[in-house]
Design a protein around this ligand. Structure first.
Ligand SMILES: Nc1ncnc2c1ncn2[C@@H]1O[C@H](COP(=O)(O)OP(=O)(O)OP(=O)(O)O)[C@@H](O)[C@H]1O
Length: 907
């Protein structure tokens, strides 16, 4: 029997994070995935000694290579709890109190109890703010006053008054105030007032998600019920029943929709929406900061299509109202998003807010007993366990809490651990928590939202699916397991607590990794740093080409008039469409003013389908596997195709809301996995590898800004790439011993998708230098790629699940080009590679600094430099010294290349 803990060890202490940190599968290379392992359970609390022992036997002093786990009985659990030390906590540490605490009292309570090992490295007290009220504007109608009174509003916050005045007088505005600052009224008041005064006027609300649309509809209906004017407010999205659609098109005056629906259903058939579009007075775009990457780029062009149809076909010129919570450049961003020359910025927040205690929590260090000298590096205890104890504390002491985790599996793991703690400390509360994440069916999510709102639930472990403004009632505390990818996102999540001026608590628990440890060391970087910029690129040629075909289908294109909407690339983009035979012009008239009609491809015309149906705007997969509980035929989850085989295959142990299921059948044709609850003594994980094949030499995205800024010049390329994952088997691993019981072959089809990669070549001379020094070249390029991956989120809004790299394994036989590469892990790509390309010069300098200044001494580095939590290969093939040589070699080569080029141009 193989002992997995005897494999070359991953030196990170928070081993479970290796499995659960990544939400979208592994990096690449033969071996194990980040998505495939079910969370470890009960005995993991008690197994630290066992795990450490295994590592000591390995001679590297590192903690375990695998999470151990067991759905143990309470008896076993107690035994385990009392055994543990170092990595996990002791039963004595767990708080058994259940008396209610206020957030400030909780901060104090934690200092004395759970956090007394020095975990609290910083407390930022964000002071409360008094409301700045203004009286209701005198021009507001009586009906509006009554409606506001009915929802308890007698005065407005100052920013609300300013927003109402400006938008009623027709100025485009962007409201950029804090979470829960009453932004909805900034648009609901002017829109409802205008629609009640002009009985033909209409408005369009655009939300990025269906859940937010539902939330807004509830609020609007509440107001409308007492607003004695007949305005039909309706949602028009993919869930709207077909039989209701005609009525809505003919009668609704306030239409709530999303960019996807505008793209495929409204704009291509704009004639059916003539009444609404010709009377369109307002366009409201809430959560504007969520429009970035490929989705933002497509949305920017969809809005241009909408403005063109409104203006050129129906003669309407609507006023835009944008709301955004967290962005450093709200005006610039929304002007680009909607192609506006001027937007009034409203950011003097008049809403009150209670004080917030923001704690930075670094899991305690421990020394592996008896470790060898070479590796006697102190490690940090499990962040997942720390968060679980904190979550239990919140729930026990009556603080309604959201524990934000980066991945679905981390959520499941935190839930399982916390339930286990509560089983010991407050048994009656075990069922008062659950998981909230994408993948659950809409009905289950609505139920969780309602239970949280109604107080039936005291807490949820959630992914960022709960980050946007879905109203789940009052939340007292938020926990954040690891850096969520951007400071903006952290604030957005933390903003979920303390709504309505109440005191609140946020605790950011660090993983052992460069980014988290950076913020633990320099808290001011988190609290003083302006929130990142939000970027949308409407000039992306690839997207422009696709969107122009859609625009031509809706209304003939004309170079003279349409450049105003689509920019200076219109000419070349139209030429491409013409060459492909998609558009044809009317031969009469001057070239610049001739009209170009959409004619192809043939089947679209023949089937009367619009080209928009072939253009995906989210780069999110449409195809999903269903997971069905065989016992009652209940749909448990839908998993995106690219991630499905990491979790469901015949024989897999699948986890849902902390319960184990055995997958009995996987029907590939219907994309369904059938499973049954099972009490099993093992968990499973796939054996797989992922290859990245860079396609062609074309730029996937043109490096638009490399030339016009003073950024470090780079020869880096961004290309389309094919990402292919193959699953060749799985292990059954005993929870009790953490040993492989057997290995089973799998016969699953490989999964491929096209995405984008950004990469730089490692010069041959650098490779030779590395090899002459008897260092591992592959270990060095792998380590350099990890270091790069680790620092990217400091420069770009992205998370660990957005980007991957090529990971090396010791048995590699496939030839891998000599390069440092990052690839976009979203099928289709969300523009990450193109963003990284623009920054690549700087991006290369940062990992070089990081690795060359890291004080760790081992050849395989440490989690603060070259090890990666998402490495599918357990960080086995790494060489720190080679990484330094490679990074320096690439930087020097790039510098020399551009110096020579400059000298040539000057001569
Ligand atoms: N002028 C006001 N006086 C008192 N309460 C108000 C006022 N304006 C808004 N509120 C209340 O503040 C709460 C938050 O409002 P709202 O949901 O509109 O905020 P938001 O900024 O849109 O939130 P998010 O950032 O989550 O999108 C609501 O309960 C609302 O009734």
């Amino acid at each position: 029997m193989d002992d997995l803990s005897a494999m070359p060890s991953s030196p990170q202490s928070d081993i479970a994070s290796k499995y659960f940190y990544s939400s979208s599968g592994p990096c690449s290379g033969t071996g194990r995935s980040a998505e495939d392992t079910p969370p470890c359970q009960s005995s993991s609390f008690g197994s630290s000694r066992k795990r450490k022992k295994a590592c000591e036997e390995n001679g590297n002093g590192s903690p375990e290579t695998l999470p151990s786990g067991e759905n143990g009985t309470a008896e076993k659990q107690k035994r385990n709890m009392s055994k543990k030390s170092g990595v996990a906590k002791s039963a004595a540490t767990a708080c058994h109190g259940t008396h209610p605490l206020e957030p400030a009292e909780m901060a104090e309570h934690l200092k004395q109890g759970l956090g007394k090992e020095g975990q609290i490295v910083h407390i930022q007290e964000i002071p409360s703010r008094e409301a700045s009220f203004t009286e209701l504007p005198c021009h507001l109608s009586g009906a509006m006053r009554e409606a506001l009174a009915s929802i308890g509003i007698s005065r407005l916050y100052s920013h609300q008054s300013q927003a109402i005045e400006s938008s009623i007088s027709g100025r485009h505005i962007v409201v950029a105030t804090s979470t829960s600052s009453g932004k909805s009224l900034c648009y609901n008041i002017p829109v409802l007032e205008s629609l009640s005064q002009d009985l033909m006027a209409c408005a369009l609300y655009i939300f990025p998600t269906k859940a937010l649309a539902q939330d807004q509809l509830r609020t609007l209906l509440e107001m409308k019920n007492v607003f004695h004017i007949d305005i039909d407010v309706k949602i028009y999205d993919g869930d709207t029943p077909r039989e209701d659609r005609l009525w809505i098109r003919n009668n609704a005056r306030l239409l709530i929709t999303n960019p996807d629906m505008l793209h495929v259903s409204i704009l291509p058939y704009h004639g059916q929406f003539q009444r609404i579009l010709s009377n369109l007075r307002y366009i409201v775009i809430d959560e504007a900061h969520s429009y970035k990457g490929a989705f933002g780029c497509h949305t920017a062009l969809i809005i241009r299509r909408l403005k063109r149809i409104c203006s050129d076909v129906y003669g309407s010129h609507p006023t835009f109202i944008f709301c955004t919570a967290t962005s450093a450049n709200p005006c610039e961003h929304v002007m680009e998003l909607a192609n506006l020359d001027e937007v009034e910025l409203i950011q003097n927040d008049g809403s009150p807010c209670g004080s917030k205690y923001f704690l930075l929590w670094n899991p305690p260090l421990y020394m592996a007993d008896g470790s060898s000298k070479a590796s006697s590096v102190p490690r940090r205890s499990s962040s997942i366990v720390e968060v679980s104890y904190l979550f239990a504390e919140m729930v026990q002491h009556g603080l309604r809490c959201i524990a934000f985790c980066k991945t679905r599996k981390l959520c499941e793991l935190v839930l399982a651990y916390t339930r286990e703690i509560l089983q010991e400390s407050a048994k009656g509360l075990v069922d008062s928590i659950c998981v909230y994440r994408a993948g659950y069916i809409a009905e289950d999510r609505r139920k969780i939202e309602a239970d949280l709102f109604g107080g039936k639930l005291r807490g949820v472990a959630a992914t960022n699916a709960l980050e946007l403004g879905i109203d789940v009632g009052h939340i007292d505390a938020t926990l954040h397991l690891g850096f969520p990818g951007s400071i903006a996102s952290l604030w957005q999540q933390a903003g979920r607590s303390g709504r309505r001026a109440k005191e609140s608590l946020a605790i950011y628990v660090a993983f052992e990794g460069p980014l988290d440890q950076y913020f633990m060391k320099f808290p001011h970087k988190l609290f003083d740093k302006p929130i990142e910029h939000c970027h949308v690129d409407s000039r992306n040629l690839k997207v422009l080409g696709q969107q122009l075909a859609c625009a031509a289908y809706e209304h003939p294109l004309c170079l003279k008039y349409d450049e105003h909407y689509f920019g200076s690339s219109l000419d070349s983009a139209m030429t491409t469409l013409k060459d492909k035979g998609y558009i044809i012009n009317n031969p009469s008239g001057a070239l610049s003013s001739s009209m170009w009609n959409y004619i192809g491809p043939e089947h679209f015309v023949f089937l009367q389908r619009s080209p928009s149906q072939a253009v995906s705007i989210r780069a999110i997969e449409h195809d999903k596997y269903k997971v069905i509980d065989k016992l009652n035929n209940r749909l448990l989850e839908e998993i995106e195709e690219s991630k499905a085989f990491f979790q469901v295959y015949e024989g897999a142990v699948y986890m849902h809301q902390g319960v184990n299921y055995l997958v009995e059948e996987l029907d590939l044709s219907s994309m369904t996995a059938f499973c049954r609850k099972a009490d099993l003594k093992y968990y499973t994980k796939t054996r797989d590898y992922t290859d990245i094949n860079v396609l062609g030499g074309e730029f996937a995205y043109l490096p638009t800004s490399t030339c016009k800024t003073n950024r470090v010049k780079t020869t880096t390329q961004a290309n389309d790439c094919a990402v292919t994952t193959k699953w060749f088997g799985f292990y059954r691993i005993l929870k009790s011993s953490n040993k492989i019981s057997d290995s089973v072959e799998l016969n699953l089809p490989p999964y491929s998708y096209v995405s984008q990669a950004v990469w730089v070549r490692i010069p041959h001379s650098v490779k030779i230098t590395v090899e002459e020094r008897k260092l591992q070249f592959r270990g060095g390029s792998h380590a350099a790629s990890h270091a790069l991956l680790n620092i990217v989120p400091l420069h770009m809004m992205c998370s660990a699940s957005d980007l991957g790299t090529e990971c090396a394994n010791p048995h590699e036989t496939r030839g891998i080009p000599d390069r440092i590469l990052l690839y976009d892990k979203h099928p289709g790509g969300i523009g990450m590679a193109s963003q990284a390309q623009m920054l690549f010069g700087e991006l290369l300098l940062a990992p070089f600094e990081l690795v060359s200044t890291c004080s760790c001494t081992g050849a395989v580095g440490c989690p603060n430099c070259i090890q990666s939590l998402t490495c599918s290969e357990y960080n086995e093939v790494l060489d720190k010294e080679a990484a330094i040589l490679i990074l320096k070699g690439v930087i020097d080569y790039e510098r020399a290349y551009f110096e020579a080029e400059d000298a040539f141009q000057q001569s």
